[in-house]
Design a binder for this molecule. Structure first.
Ligand SMILES: [Zn+2]
Length: 241
């Protein structure tokens, strides 16, 4: 019976994506208790570096929702989460954005082509699109991912970090705008290595102020070495992530 109930709930969308319980008051994904929990999590936004803003912490609920965005074929979850974050609700993220030069350009971290084929969409693109709609701005695909990796031995320690994170190339338009703010957008920020590599690539082609905005901040408690590496990049002053 339990299996039949779960199948029915799943098929007819009556099961909360957060707690898994059946509910008739889904919105359409969360029950009222999980909605309240999400509203509390939205207050735990963070700024892991002066140039990076993360809308939610990683908690069981937020992790499940981002997992649904990435692996359960629910691209609409990006807009659902952005609309419930303080990025658009007058919280500190929205206030920080209000101080930045407009217009805003939201640049998604490109997905590996194999992942894109598998998933059918890039979750970072969906988040960027939701941010553009909610805060005013536009999505710009100004980065591409290359499989080309330079031999590590010839690189500085900082460049090695970027190389490991993935090689990104700027894909900027000829008539590049001369004012505004760029946001590199991704789903999760852990060490900042991936978004940092994107910022690094963009700065090769533009002098526009470049920030980072992600849905989640996953505190790298078990990755002390990565944290130290991130701090070092920040102190070096060449790193905007
Ligand atoms: Zn629930």
């Amino acid at each position: 019976m339990e299996i039949i109930r779960r199948c029915t709930n799943f098929l007819f969308g009556m099961e909360c994506l957060g707690c898994g319980r059946a509910s008739e008051q889904l919105d359409p994904w969360l029950c009222s208790a999980c909605r309240e929990e999400l509203a509390r999590e939205a207050l735990a936004y963070s700024f892991p570096s002066p140039d990076a803003m993360c809308m939610f912490p990683v908690r069981p609920l937020t992790r499940r929702l981002v997992h649904a965005l990435k692996y359960r074929g629910l691209p609409g979850m990006a807009s659902y989460l952005v609309r419930r974050s303080t990025a658009v609700k007058g919280g500190e993220i929205a206030q920080s954005m209000a101080l930045l030069a407009r217009p805003f350009y939201f640049v998604p971290v490109p997905l590996h082509s194999s992942r894109f084929r598998e998933r059918g969409y890039n979750q970072a693109q969906k988040i960027a699109s939701a941010l553009a709609t909610c805060t005013g701005g536009r999505v710009c695909n100004w980065l591409s991912r290359t499989n080309f990796r330079v031999s590590q031995t010839k690189l500085s320690r900082e460049e090695r970090g970027y190389n490991v994170a993935g090689a990104f190339e700027p894909k900027l338009p000829r008539n590049m705008p001369s004012r505004g703010t760029i946001f590199v957008v991704d789903d999760v920020y852990t060490t900042g290595a991936t978004t940092g590599a994107c910022v690094h690539a963009l700065r090769r082609g533009t002098v526009l102020d470049t920030k980072v905005c992600t849905l989640l901040y996953d505190e790298p408690v078990s990755a002390t070495m990565d944290f130290v590496a991130d701090c070092r990049m920040e102190w070096d002053g060449n790193y905007g992530d």
